[in-house]
Design a protein around this ligand. Sequence first.
Ligand code: ADP
Ligand code: MG
Length: 698
Amino acid sequence: MDVDVVKGIGDKKKDALETFGISSVLDLIETYPRRWVDRTREALVSQLEEGVPTMVVVRVDSSSSFKTKTGRKMVTIRCSDESGKLSLTFFNQNWREKQLSPGLTIAVFGKPERYRGYLQMTNPIVDLIGDRTGRIVSIYPQSEKSRISTWDLAKWIESTLKRCEQRGIADPVPAEVIEQVGLVSRGQALHDIHLPESMDVRHAARRRLAFDEVLRVQVMLVARKLLAAQESRGFTHRTKGPLVGAFNASLPFPLTGAQKRVIDEIVADISDASPMHRLLQGDVGSGKTVVAVSAMMRAVQGGHQSALMAPTEVLADQHAIGIRRLLNGLVIPDDGNLFGGREVRVELLTNKVTGEQRRRVLAGLVDGSVDIVVGTQALIQEKVEFRSLGLVVVDEQHRFGVDQRSKLREKAVGAGDGLTPDVLVMTATPIPRTAAMTVYGDLDVSTLDELPPGRTPIVTEWVNTPVAESAMWQAVRDAIGRGEQAYVVCPLIEESEKLEVASAQTVFDELSGGELSGYSIGLLHGRMPPAEKESTMERFRAGELDALVATTVIEVGVDVPNATQMVILDADRFGIAQLHQLRGRVGRGAIASTCHLCTKTDDPSPRVEALVSSTDGFVLAEEDLKLRGEGTVMGTIQKGRSDLRLASLQTDFDLIQTAREVAVRIVGDDPGLSAHPDLRDEIDLYFTAEQEDNLLKG
Ligand code: ADP
Ligand code: MG
């Protein structure tokens, strides 16, 4: 139902609301206050005490502005209530002069001081409350551009709620769930969040509405998952056999407990006819590759093929090398199977594989003689034909959203023999549990929470003085002197790859002629021709290069156990996850490693501090969520603004978990939900149709 059924909203206001993302009545009442002003706790101006932060409600009398001697712009607002006068001073907030025009009633919160006999507050918190007199006044987000004021919104929302109060607001959540979770009704919650009688009732209201948000997301994810399972037929892989046996026997190390457990989880999935959609998450160095290869061996065992998709060519190369090394000429035992008696064939297919070699690989994929192909996204995007693609492993660097992932799945179906391949998604970075359940909620999740034994913990040092910096280069030279190797990661320049490359070149030149002169140094960046990139990487792997100056192209997957020194320049430009990945490039062998995080000043850098204080990727992921907030973590799942407004991935873990369980029940009871072609619409309907129906009609 369009918002213009609400009294006072005409065409003009309707358009303005639209730019705000509000088009239906439901959107309107789901626009929640940003803050509440508790007028039962306001003071009179005459009661203000110097130095004690207090709220007063005053009327604006006049405003003026001027530049201070130091060039700062200062706005002064004179206000009063019936008991006295107060002036407000704002620095560098020029817009206040326009915002706080004479006649307005505002709530001001700040620390009163006396200046030349006048009572004043400097940069107080200001809320426009119009002529509202309730005990608690809700403050809504306000947009200068769309000319919708917080009291406009308050008025419309209040009248809407009042109109449907008699009939009540439908509650789509089953009664037993409401009881189980201990929620107030939806009608009560909407009332209490907008028109709270006391500050306390807001908490129960928020909890209820937050639950609805996460439930909606979970119903969508669970339904999507069910739909994928219903609509596709998958492979029933033969998970035991001579090849798998030979592979296990050939492993150069015993598997960790976590690796064994996760392999069991995967085996259970792929031996079942419905396709696997599983996320494998594990910290840097936890040994995801061998888990993935172990799954691939199961596909190959039954005469099917496996594809591994990496986000970049360097990584694809790296994976191909790693897999070949792990398989080490493993022969498929001849057990009467058509493909028996030959080596497992691993091929690389990226854009730089051309000519005759490319034709051979493509032909091998069609006739089934290539067992494992490693490549970039191009593997699936191009028309590459497989004889029988049984398993796809996706090594994700940049997390895909739920939508992108289901597209990938569709493409994968076309690449097989009508059956949907099993899909294993590997994340390079651990993600917080709540985010995993939300962003990857349509996947099952396996976690490698144990590192292989024999690792020497990485020492992380924060380098932020010239003295520390020269000590760092000395440490790097000492390490090279012991036959070890170093990475130097150049400053991240997000705006321009060209600038980034230029800066890498500069760092390379400076080091060659300075701190690292006389050593053999390589340069690696995204704009180099692939062949050159590959040969540089190869020389570093082979130990011909002492140090590698690189951009973040080495972020994920590069595995050179002899590299023990990681120098990251301008470390505060990187995110936590990226720093953790980069750090994970060292400490991959038994030799002690150091990660040096360089920053220019000794300004606080919470991200660098986090890295110094923990090497646990899961701890860092939680920290990252805290520092960056939800928006970035939710990323692509957040279509429009309707997903999570009140719910928090940080604090609502229990709600999210319960919502997941409830969603499984709801979707299970109502399979029609998942059969709908556009799930999202259907789910919105599930939550809104009745709602809308009740609103205003009553
Ligand atoms: P990830 O991709 O999870 O960061 P990798 O799969 O690249 O980790 O493994 C990191 C290193 O640990 C590799 O050199 C690998 O050979 C080694 N490794 C993996 N599993 C084990 C294990 N169970 N015991 C000893 N070393 C292992
Ligand atoms: Mg890896």
